[in-house]
Design a protein around this ligand. Structure first.
Ligand code: SF4
Ligand code: SF4
Length: 432
């Protein structure tokens, strides 16, 4: 039954792809090609999505049949054979959609099914909006084969479903988060290197953007334009709060890797907030002066590179020794903005009164947000990035994700769907 369903399902997607290719809808044709993978997955969410797409094919074939038969009749051409063929195609699609829906019951139900399905849909919708509305060709596949971005979107949707499922099933998600985050950073820098080595398709705007987070603020202050990255940053912050600094930032991923090399977690400097405010103020002021005195782009870019290199030295010399992310908690100005602006997101980490002050969570917090004071006051510090590592280790279940009115479990699942979807969207976008 399964093999029959998979082969007939794939054939149906291929038929739809051929139909859309013929009618010139290349993007939808590619989306159908990407959807073939859905039918091979033994998950309820993928089967449901396949069934919905295939049933949406029924009216497509009915309209195609009606149009073609009508045309034959008007031109006095033979139409009976065509109507039989189209009738068979429609019947085939009705049958395969029915079988697909029916097969859902034979697949083991998982608690994570609807969240994984939600992540697939959210990823696909966000990527389609980005592809459609952004001022640049955002999806990397599209830049090489026009239209093929839709196949990439479907594949990233499937990836997002799987990662969400993993996050919600694993007991400790720390390693998964780090791998996912570092994986994104590798893809980011690989595209950046390919872009600057001459393959322009890998540069989102076609212009060079120094991959140092401070440039997200410094760039627009210097140029007085180019707010794309800043907008992307604030949209992410509004949706996922300071999780920018524990899931998405291409640079912070390496501070995390450095801090983990030390094994044990240390402490962050006590005056870290003052240091960061000062660094942010110096950057904005310096860049503004660059602009006033018309400093060349090359000189400004060199200053940004020096700032980034100093950050790498801090990672190597301090984070790797202390076991906490000194670069991200005490040096990077964007981290400060993410922490402050992140308050607009309703997601929080909450410490319950049941906390026994065992400090197990404190020992895994690489952001130094769970010192003695924070545990006593039952409130994580400003450097908390909602990474979730502490949630994994509390034996009392006293520390958890919180979102107004939602249960702990739902808050965590919703947060996961959002961060994984944004991660998949970032993976799909070409680099600046
Ligand atoms: S603090 Fe800066 S480098 Fe670190 S993750 Fe946040 S934005 Fe990235
Ligand atoms: S308090 Fe918890 S969620 Fe916040 S940064 Fe520390 S380990 Fe991550």
């Amino acid at each position: 039954m399964n093999i029959l369903l998979m082969s007939c399902g794939s054939l149906s997607f291929i038929l739809l792809a051929a139909h859309f290719l013929r009618s010139g809808d290349i993007s939808i044709a590619f989306a159908m090609i990407g959807s073939i993978f859905l039918i091979f997955l033994k998950r309820r969410w993928s089967r449901y999505i396949s069934a919905i797409i295939l049933s949406a094919g029924i009216p497509v074939w009915i309209m195609t049949a009606a149009g073609s038969i009508q045309q034959r009749i008007t031109t006095d051409s033979p139409w009976i054979r065509l109507s039989v063929i189209m009738g068979l195609v429609i019947a085939f699609f009705i049958l395969i959609s029915f079988l697909c829906f029916k097969s859902v019951k034979n697949i083991k139900e998982r608690e994570t099914d609807r969240w994984a399905g939600g992540a697939v849909l959210l990823t696909v919708v966000l990527l389609i909006i980005g592809r459609w509305k952004a001022p640049y060709q955002m999806i990397i596949f599209d830049r090489f084969v026009p239209g093929s971005g839709m196949a990439e979107i479907v594949l990233l949707g499937i990836y997002s479903g799987f990662i969400t499922e993993l996050f919600l099933t694993l007991k400790n998600t720390s390693k998964l988060r780090v791998r996912m985050w570092a994986g994104f950073s590798v893809v980011f820098f690989l595209q950046f290197i390919l872009g600057i080595s001459g393959i322009d398709q890998f540069l989102m705007t076609g212009n060079l953007h120094i991959p140092v987070p401070a440039v997200i603020v410094g760039g627009p202050v210097f140029r007085g334009s180019g707010f794309f990255m800043m907008t992307l940053f604030f949209v992410t912050i509004a949706a996922a709060g300071p999780a920018w600094c524990s899931y998405f930032c291409y640079f912070g991923a390496w501070d995390n890797v450095a801090a983990r090399r030390a094994g044990k977690c240390g402490f962050i400097p006590t005056k870290n907030i003052l240091i960061r405010v000062l660094i942010l103020a110096i950057i904005v002021f310096t860049v503004y002066m660059f602009r006033i005195f018309s400093v060349s782009e090359i000189a400004a870019a060199s200053a940004a590179i020096c700032f980034g290199l100093t950050g790498l030295i801090i990672m190597r010399m301090m984070s790797a020794k202390r076991g906490v992310m000194i670069h991200c908690t005490s040096y990077c100005p964007i981290g400060l903005i993410a922490a402050l602006a992140g308050k607009i997101s309703p997601f929080r980490i909450r410490i319950e009164k049941t906390c026994s002050s065992c400090m197990a969570c404190s020992k895994v917090c690489r952001y130094g947000a769970l010192g003695n004071n924070e545990i006593i006051s039952h409130k994580p510090g400003l450097t908390c990035t909602l990474c979730g590592d502490c949630v994994n280790v509390c034996h009392n279940n006293s520390i958890h994700y919180n979102f107004y009115g939602l249960s702990q479990k739902t808050a965590r699942a919703l947060f996961t769907v959002i961060v994984v979807s944004i991660h998949a969207v970032f993976l799909g976008f070409a680099r600046i």
